[in-house]
Ligand binder design. Structure first.
Ligand code: UGA
Length: 430
């Protein structure tokens, strides 16, 4: 089928490339000419495992092409996916400007009846409002379907082809079936529901996962007070299938372009509908506090941070991505700089993205060992595999006393580091 995908960020590029891989003829559209050119040359505009290979394959087959929005004359595809950003406003509400602009653009350019598929994360209730604002009467030839995405950065292609579920929400059965047909061949439970429930499923899933993280982080904090070990606790608790082992990794909290934004937006939505969602507030507060713990731990050890050198290992919000949006490392670095520390940072692939937003005084290293050279303390902010494989024995003499190692992701062998003479501290570890 001929398809259009508007918005070529993480979600849009994976959506366009995957739909093309499934045999559709896809045009991806964005306002950024540089991004469009890069994609037409099969060069991924961000790091995502497997994406380069997929784009090269599609380039050869000619099934996906990319165009700048204002160069599109008319739309002849029966289905248009909207994958534009819905950033946070200062009050936490989702900003729907790009979504609205895209719907107006689709209506203006449409040469055939179109089903608009919303993949952007929009607050529950948005779809119904958009339909009443932009879609006119019942017999309007346009249709609106909510099809939330559950892709994880770093595993997005795998998540597209092997999802846990596919959710399609809409009020027009024909449109729902048209979109369901696009996922034929993918083995996963397909949930057909109304638009608002589909939107809620997305927020509820992200908010629940964020709740799991904040919950285990509170248990980690309690472990520190009582002398327990959160890794043992999480392991044993997670064995119960009613709880599940995933998202029980304690540390410096969640970041990224999704959890922080979506949890805040759900909180705002609840408040603006007369419901005070206390649990969600606690999740947000715990997460905000958690990312500051490494700085408190360094303060305890070094007293004053003035003139001290602190190495930061990991800038991305999680491994296997170069995305630094709302990464805990950024807040930690800003606080360290405020207190007079010198920061030497290293990430295997996110140095450049971080350098675009952090103060220019941060020094970027080409390797972990370079970042650690002369450092009094180091904070592990992202659990990149290479950090647990480091030769810590060899690194001992590169660092300065007290050689504090703050393992913000509990990914190192704490006992081994203590034996080597490092002042190792995990989060909630004995
Ligand atoms: C998340 C969801 O997992 C996806 O299902 C969803 O589609 C996506 O948001 C979205 O809304 O678009 P993502 O942001 O790529 O995906 O990252 P996750 O792997 O979920 O991790 C989010 C954050 O939680 C990271 O900072 C990670 O370090 C942190 N985390 C995760 C923990 O602190 N502990 C854990 O046990 C798991």
């Amino acid at each position: 089928m001929e398809l259009v995908v508007v918005g070529l960020g993480h979600v849009g590029v994976i959506t366009a490339a995957s739909l093309a891989r499934m045999g559709n003829s896809v045009i991806g559209v964005d306002i950024d000419p540089e991004r469009v050119n890069s994609l037409n040359a099969s060069i991924p505009p961000f790091y995502e495992p497997g994406l380069g290979e997929l784009l090269s394959l599609l380039g050869k087959e000619g099934r996906a092409r990319f165009a700048v929005l204002d160069q599109v004359d008319g739309i002849t595809a029966p289905v248009v996916f909207i994958c534009v950003g819905t950033p946070s406003q200062p009050n936490g509400a989702a900003d729907l400007t790009y979504v609205r602009d895209t719907i107006k653009w689709v209506r203006e350019k449409a040469q055939v009846p179109i089903t608009i598929v919303m993949k952007s994360t929009v607050p529950p209730g948005t779809g119904r409002k958009l339909v009443s604002q932009y879609f006119g009467a019942e017999n309007d030839s346009f249709a609106y379907v909510s099809n939330p995405e559950f892709l994880r950065e770093g595993r997005a292609i795998e998540d597209w082809f092997q999802p846990d579920r596919i959710v399609i929400g809409g009020e027009k059965p024909d449109a729902v079936e048209l979109v369901a047909g696009l996922f034929r061949g993918i083995k996963a439970p397909l949930i057909r529901t109304d638009t608002t429930s589909a939107e809620l499923i997305k927020y509820a899933a992200n908010a629940f996962l964020a709740t799991k993280i904040s919950f285990i982080n509170e248990i980690a904090n309690l472990c520190e007070k009582l002398g327990g070990d959160v890794t043992d606790v999480a392991h044993a608790v997670g064995i119960d299938p009613r709880i599940g082992a995933d998202f029980l990794q304690a540390g410096i909290g969640y970041g990224g372009s999704c959890f922080p934004k979506d949890v805040r937006a759900l909180d705002f939505l609840a408040t603006s509908n007369g419901h005070s969602f206390e649990l969600l507030r606690a999740v947000i507060n715990v997460n905000n506090r958690q990312r500051l713990l490494p700085v408190c731990k360094i303060r305890e050890r070094l007293c004053s941070l003035q003139g001290k050198v602190v190495a930061i290992l990991g800038l991305a919000f999680k491994p296997n991505t170069d995305d630094v949006r709302e990464a805990p490392a950024l807040d930690i670095i800003r606080l360290l700089l405020d207190e007079g520390a010198k920061v030497q940072a290293y990430d295997p692939i996110a140095n450049i993205n971080a350098s675009r937003i952090l103060p220019s005084s941060v020094v970027y290293a080409d390797s972990a060992s370079e970042a650690l050279t002369g450092a009094h303390a180091v904070v592990i902010c992202t659990e990149w595999g290479e950090f647990s494989l480091l030769d810590w024995r060899g690194l001992f003499n590169r660092m300065e006393p007290p050689r504090a190692v703050i393992d913000g992701r509990n990914c190192l062998e704490g006992q081994a580091l203590l034996r080597l003479g490092f002042d190792y501290m995990g989060i909630g570890r004995r």
